[in-house]
Design a protein around this ligand. Structure first.
Ligand SMILES: CC(=O)N[C@H]1[C@@H](OP(=O)(O)OP(=O)(O)OC[C@H]2O[C@@H](n3ccc(=O)[nH]c3=O)[C@H](O)[C@@H]2O)O[C@H](CO)[C@@H](O)[C@@H]1O
Length: 377
């Protein structure tokens, strides 16, 4: 194992662990940035899962990360499943080594495979732990980890169903700084996507990994949308990009930006008059801060249908439109055209979604973490 370099100094050391998808990785980075903005000297180490997107995105954000050899349990009998006990033992051992060598004063878990072993290792050494639950629903791992955590920072009400009430802090989800400051970005953003600032623009993305239903629906609608003079920023997800690139060859550049992943979500939100996306927790938190008129198509392939619950929290406040995954292909064109045409409707959605934003989440979580560190000293 690579040595966890530990400089001899009195700086505060924090481990942030978890990842797997953008919905876990970006809040982790936002918490790290907030800790650094409170005290630049804080040393932060990320622990993620080998092969997952955090291993690329965290170093890009300027932080060090160590990967664990860990994965989830599949529902079917697969070779991967047979490896599961070995991976689990190996990652528990490696997490203990990391905690022993880095000597963090607190550990933050953001969900995803790596959180479990690292938080358990911290518990064994009586190091305070903080959980950040992005969704309005909690899985088994987070429920178990919460028993020994000092704080659980949540983004939805009524989370006492899952976590001990006295540990809960209603902070909201931490959102990357650049997404919170969209003013003045429009011109640069339109240049980035090579689009015309005079035309109405639709942003379509399917969560951090893309979504087949959303891609299929937009593919059916694209001809009419472009013909009506609308522009589109379309994130396909890495699994679908090659196929769609071939299908859309002639259209790219003429009012269509097509990409597997959007590195500059701040620019994407800045150009968007309307957004269509999944109802992942982080996308929703970002849309609240960006105040965008939105159509949510919750993924049906997530635990306990939690994306529908995420979406309903907005729909109940008239802050977004929801279209079911099973009805998306049929309804997409009509719903999108209607909203792009109706400025007043979009304006109302934008006003209502804006009220649900929690701009101080990252800072509030960072402060919770640092208070625990201070209590220990
Ligand atoms: C299929 C699945 O398990 N989805 C879960 C996953 O979603 P997933 O990670 O897809 O979704 P989220 O909406 O929570 O987060 C997506 C993040 O990726 C960023 N982004 C997205 C596309 C892109 O091209 N570029 C980019 O930077 C977004 O700005 C956002 O920060 O974690 C979320 C948070 O626990 C859950 O609510 C979702 O249900």
């Amino acid at each position: 194992m690579a040595k966890v370099l530990l400089k001899k100094n009195n700086h505060i050391r924090i481990i942030i662990s978890g990842g797997g998808t953008g919905g876990h990785v970006y809040p982790a980075i936002a918490i790290a940035d907030a800790l650094k903005s409170i005290d630049e000297s804080i040393e932060i180490l990320f622990v993620g899962a080998e092969g997952k997107m955090e291993m690329e995105k965290v170093p890009q954000a300027g932080y060090r990360i160590i990967g664990l050899w860990v994965s989830g349990l599949q529902r079917k009998l697969t070779v991967k499943n047979l490896m599961f006990p070995f991976k689990l033992l190996h990652s528990l051992w490696k997490a203990r080594r990391i905690v022993k060598e880095f000597k963090p004063q607190a550990v933050v878990g953001v969900g995803g495979y790596a959180s479990g072993p690292v938080l358990k290792a911290a518990n064994a050494k009586q190091i305070p732990t903080v959980l950040q639950e992005q969704n309005g629903y909690a899985g088994l791992t987070n429920k178990l980890l919460a028993q020994k955590a000092q704080r659980v920072c949540v983004a939805y009400p009524n989370m006492e169903k899952y976590f001990p009430e006295n540990k809960i802090r209603f902070t909201g989800n931490p959102v990357r700084n650049d997404i919170m400051q969209l003013e003045g970005l429009r011109e640069k953003a339109f240049e980035y996507f090579r689009l015309d600032p005079q035309k109405k623009t639709l942003l379509v993305f399917g969560g951090s990994l893309g979504a087949k239903t959303i891609n299929d629906s937009l593919l059916q609608a694209i001809e009419v949308l472009l013909k009506k003079g609308y522009q589109i920023v379309w994130q396909t997800g890495k699994f679908y990009y090659n196929q769609l690139q071939v299908a859309l060859e002639g259209k790219k550049g003429n009012g269509l930006w097509l990409g597997a992943f959007i590195d500059r979500m701040d620019y994407a939100y800045a150009v968007a008059d309307l957004v269509v996306c999944r109802a992942g927790a982080l996308s929703i938190s970002e849309l609240c801060l960006a105040a965008k008129a939105t159509v949510l198509i919750p993924s049906p392939n997530v635990a306990e249908d939690h994306q529908t619950k995420n979406a309903m929290a907005l729909v109940n406040e008239k802050a977004a439109i929801m279209v079911k995954d099973s009805e998306a292909r049929e309804q997409f064109t009509e719903v999108v055209l209607d909203l792009l045409h109706d400025d007043e409707k979009r304006e109302d959605l934008s006003k209502n979604i804006c009220k649900l934003g929690k701009p101080n989440a990252a800072k509030d979580i960072a402060e919770e973490v640092l208070n625990l560190v201070k209590q220990k000293v």
